[in-house]
Design a protein around this ligand. Structure first.
Ligand code: FES
Length: 148
């Protein structure tokens, strides 16, 4: 957890930088381990409960380990109309998880999100930073094969 001490130092222990510190921890560890939050709370002198409140309020934060690749299935209106549910069903079946969970091997986390801003390509999934559009269930295997 040395890295957490470094992150706190980098932000000069400023209470106003709590979210930035948490973002750095999440980037470094892949999620927000309790031990890391305890260090931040102690060093910045804020209640641990405040960090948990922030962690649960912002969807970008995760309190549990996340996969190496985050699969976001767009569930916005355009994607919903064009079969986002079927994509989610197929991914849940193939990966053996339900929305919000991470595969046992730590490879993927599956999440639903609201419109990702490219409705013309509906239905869309985003794996990491890569957008894949105009999908049907049969396209998903080929896409996932690309990721290690
Ligand atoms: S609704 Fe899916 S990209 Fe807009």
């Amino acid at each position: 957890m040395e890295v957490v001490h470094q992150i706190v130092e980098k932000h000069n222990r400023r209470k106003s930088s709590l979210i930035a510190m948490m973002q750095d921890v999440q980037k470094s560890e892949g999620y927000l381990p309790r031990e890391a939050l305890e260090i931040v709370a102690k060093e910045v002198a804020v209640p641990l409960s405040r960090l948990y409140a922030l962690a649960t309020f912002y969807k970008a934060f995760s309190l549990t380990p996340r996969g190496r690749h985050i699969i976001h299935v767009c569930t916005g209106t355009a994607c919903h109309v064009r079969g986002a549910d079927k994509l989610m069903d197929k991914l849940e079946r193939d990966l053996g998880v339900v929305e919000g969970e991470t595969t046992e091997d730590g490879k993927y986390t599956l999440e639903g999100v609201r419109c990702v801003g490219c409705c013309g390509l509906a239905p869309v999934i985003v794996v990491g930073e890569n957008f894949h559009g105009k999908l049907s269930q049969k396209d998903l295997g080929k896409i996932l094969d690309k990721y290690e």
